[in-house]
Design a protein. Structure first.
Length: 257
C-alpha cells in the first residue's frame, strides 16, 4: 500500500533518490465543486487557487513540478535544465507544451500528469537516473503512450529491467462503461482493456491494460487500485458529469532528488 505524506499525496516507492506519488483531492484551497486540491488549469477554477495548490504539491515533493498540456496523444516531451529554471521562476508556465508524457534526467525537476479518471503513470530508473510520466486515457492506451514514455527513457540510458513504475488511481473496468464498438476498437490494440461493468455491459479496464503494457516491456509496476468513479477522495470527470457539476484534477508526480 502507498504511504501518505503531505496532506494529500500517496507516495509510491520507485527506488532510491526518487520521490513519487499520486495526489488525492485533499490538502488544497479550492472551494466546491473543486474541493480542494485542484491542480488543473482547464477546470474553471480560479488560477490563483490552482497556483497555490500546485505550490503546496511542490512543497510536499521538494521541487517545482512541470505539467504538459495534455491532448490524448502519444507525444513525450523531454525536459532539462532550462525547463527547471523556467518552472522554478516566480511565475511558472501553465504547461510545458502539448504532450501526454514527460521525461527528464534533470535532478530537482518534478514531472506531473493530470487526471480525473484517466490513468496516471509514473516511471523511474533509479540506476540511470531518468524519470517519466504518462497520461494514459482511452486514446493514449490505444496509441501506446506508455511505450513512448519508456522509449524516451531508454533513449536517455534507462534499462527496462531497472525501471520501476506505478499506475495510479483511475476509473476501473467495472465502472467505465463504453459502447461495444469502442471496447472492440481499443481491445484490438490493447487486449487487456476488454472488460464488462457490474451490470454486464461493455467496458474498458485501462489500468489493467497499462499494467500489461508495462509488463510486456519487463517493467515492474505497482498499482494504486482505487477507482476514481466510486472513491469520493478522488476527482472523477465521469462522476461529476453524471451529477451535472464540474470537477478538479489530481496528479501523478515523480522527482529525481
Amino acid at each position: 500500500m502507498p504511504a501518505q505524506f503531505g496532506a494529500g499525496l500517496l507516495r509510491v516507492d520507485l527506488g532510491p533518490g526518487v520521490v513519487a506519488g499520486f495526489t488525492t483531492r485533499h490538502g488544497g484551497v479550492s472551494p466546491a465543486p473543486w474541493s480542494s486540491l485542484d491542480l488543473g488549469t482547464s477546470t474553471g477554477d480560479d488560477p490563483t487557487r490552482v497556483r497555490e495548490n500546485r505550490a503546496r504539491l511542490e512543497g510536499w515533493v521538494g521541487a517545482p513540478v512541470a505539467f504538459a498540456a495534455q491532448v490524448h496523444g502519444d507525444r513525450v516531451l523531454p525536459l532539462g535544465p532550462d525547463d527547471l529554471a523556467e518552472w522554478s521562476a516566480g511565475e511558472p508556465p501553465a504547461a510545458a507544451g502539448e504532450a501526454d508524457g514527460l521525461v527528464t534526467g534533470t535532478e530537482g525537476l518534478g514531472l506531473g500528469v493530470l487526471v480525473a479518471d484517466c490513468v496516471p503513470v509514473v516511471l523511474a530508473d533509479p540506476v540511470a537516473r531518468v524519470v517519466a510520466v504518462a497520461h494514459a486515457g482511452r486514446k493514449g492506451v490505444a496509441l501506446g503512450v506508455v511505450h513512448r514514455a519508456l522509449d524516451a527513457m531508454v533513449a536517455r540510458g534507462a534499462r527496462p529491467g531497472d525501471v520501476r513504475g506505478a499506475v495510479g488511481p483511475a476509473v476501473c473496468g467495472r465502472c467505465y462503461e463504453v459502447p461495444e464498438e469502442m471496447r472492440d476498437e481499443v481491445a484490438a490494440l490493447a487486449p487487456e482493456a476488454w472488460a464488462t461493468t457490474d451490470q454486464g455491459t461493455a467496458a474498458l479496464d485501462l489500468p489493467r491494460a497499462v499494467l500489461a503494457q508495462l509488463a510486456a516491456r519487463g517493467v515492474d509496476a505497482v498499482h494504486v487500485d482505487r477507482c476514481t468513479r466510486t472513491d469520493a477522495d478522488l476527482f472523477s470527470h465521469r462522476r461529476a458529469t453524471e451529477a451535472g457539476v464540474t470537477t478538479g484534477r489530481q496528479a501523478g508526480v515523480v522527482v529525481l532528488t
